[in-house]
Design a protein around this ligand. Structure first.
Ligand code: PLP
Length: 410
């Protein structure tokens, strides 16, 4: 810190302010978490200086003997965690992990079938402005009238459109996904089956969410969400796809791997093997369940009626407030969430009628049942009276009282 302060006071000030925000606010963005100090330290290590194009034992640069150890540890650990036959730990992020799968299996113009962004999917699963929607013929499935994945419609569309690739996985879907059913459909139509568990991977490792690895050809994930590692991506795959995926990542899509991040991934995977990680993930689920039920008590609607994971979508229409305004007022009360479209949302994507709430970060700082309930009550207090500055100030003070009791790093 002293070095940054001396070298670049402006960046130092921005980092300090962000540290304060992370300590003071209740972080409820479902895709965020607090990485451990060891994970962060590895990213600030000398490994950032090393070029290592290629894979352990087969590099295009000299001097890779030590980074090889780090990458092999990351590969071995993640394979063990998920029971995977093979793994690639080099994707720079979740999006590039998904792009590597496309590059390995598809040609421009091929048909892919993924979950619609508007109903909970991710933009890399076929959204029109993303490469997945621009370069491929993207067909989508969504939810039925119970706001559960419409497996029948997905199956029908698969038979009608004969996709080369079927994608399961979501960014804003609170229920368990039936990966076995997807796998059967993919087999019936001769598609490659990919699952993107970016959101759920930490839960999967702890055994509290279904593991798609036995059913899928390839499974992609980020490492920085519920898995609580550094920002980055991974790909798990059947051994038969290892060669195609590895050459899609390098030299297909990326140059030198980020060895400091890969070392941090290895550390996070070791942390995820510890018994405490399972205890943590169980509490992530409990906290989400408590928040969902408390918000229902306070007059809000949860999309799909409940959560079976770390995440939920809240329909705000009963309170007469948009997602955009809710994000702003909750932010001013120092609770960080993101606006999110709900199924059949009448508002524009930049406005929305919903917010997405997730519990991985608050649970890392030590929030348990009581604090989860308090957090939900504070959210509802804001939404009941969003334009009253005195109300927002009162909630903010209660948020600070809570977060001061549960420091993240200090
Ligand atoms: N896949 C899913 C399901 C996601 O939710 C996300 C991120 O939100 C990604 C992929 C992309 O990850 P990244 O932001 O690391 O590219």
């Amino acid at each position: 810190d002293i070095l940054i302060e001396q070298t670049d006071p402006e960046i130092f000030a921005a980092i300090q302010a962000e540290n304060k925000r992370q300590e003071q606010h209740i972080e409820l963005i479902a895709s965020e978490n607090y990485a451990s100090p060891a994970v962060m330290a590895a990213q600030g290590s000398q490994l950032t200086n090393k070029y290592a194009e290629g894979y352990p034992g087969r590099r295009y640069y000299g001097g890779c003997e030590h980074v090889d150890i780090a990458e092999q540890l990351a590969i071995d650990r993640i394979k063990t965690l998920f029971g995977a036959e093979a793994a690639n730990v080099q994707p720079h992020c979740g999006a590039s992990a998904n792009e590597a799968v496309f590059l390995a299996f598809l040609k421009p113009g091929d048909t892919i079938l993924g979950m619609s962004l508007a109903e909970g999917g991710h933009l890399t699963h076929g959204m029109s402005l993303n490469i997945s929607g621009k370069w491929f013929n993207a067909v989508s499935y969504g939810l039925n009238d119970k706001e559960e994945i419409d497996y029948d419609a997905m199956e029908r569309k698969a038979h009608e459109t004969k996709p080369k690739l079927i994608i399961a996985g979501a960014s804003a879907y609170s229920l368990k996904i039936d990966f076995e059913r997807f796998a059967k459909v993919a087999k019936d139509v001769g598609a490659i089956f990919m699952v993107d568990i970016a959101h759920y991977s930490g839960l999967v490792v702890a055994g509290v969410y279904p593991n798609p690895v036995p059913f899928a050809d390839v499974v992609t994930s980020t490492t920085h969400k519920s898995l609580r590692g550094p920002r980055g991506g991974i790909i798990l795959m059947k051994a038969e796809h290892e060669k195609a995926i590895n050459s899609a990542i390098f030299p297909g899509l990326q140059g030198g791997p980020l060895m400091h991040v890969i070392a941090a991934k290895a550390i996070a995977f070791k942390e995820a093997m510890a018994p405490e990680f399972k205890v943590y993930q169980k509490q992530v689920l409990r906290n989400a369940d408590i928040i969902a039920n408390t918000l229902i008590e306070r007059g809000l609607r949860i999309v799909s009626g409940r959560t079976e994971s770390h995440v939920m979508l809240v329909d705000l229409r009963a309170k007469g407030i948009t997602g955009k305004e809710a994000e702003a007022v909750l932010g001013s009360a120092h609770m960080t969430i993101n606006k999110n479209a709900i199924p059949n949302d009448p508002e524009k994507p930049m406005v929305t009628s919903g917010v997405r709430i997730g519990t991985p970060a608050m649970t890392t700082r030590g929030f348990k049942d009581e604090e989860a309930r308090q957090t939900a009550m504070l959210i509802a207090d804001v939404l009941d009276n969003p334009r009253d500055e005195a109300n927002l100030a009162a909630v903010r003070a209660k948020v600070h009282a809570l977060t001061t009791r549960f420091p993240v790093y200090s």
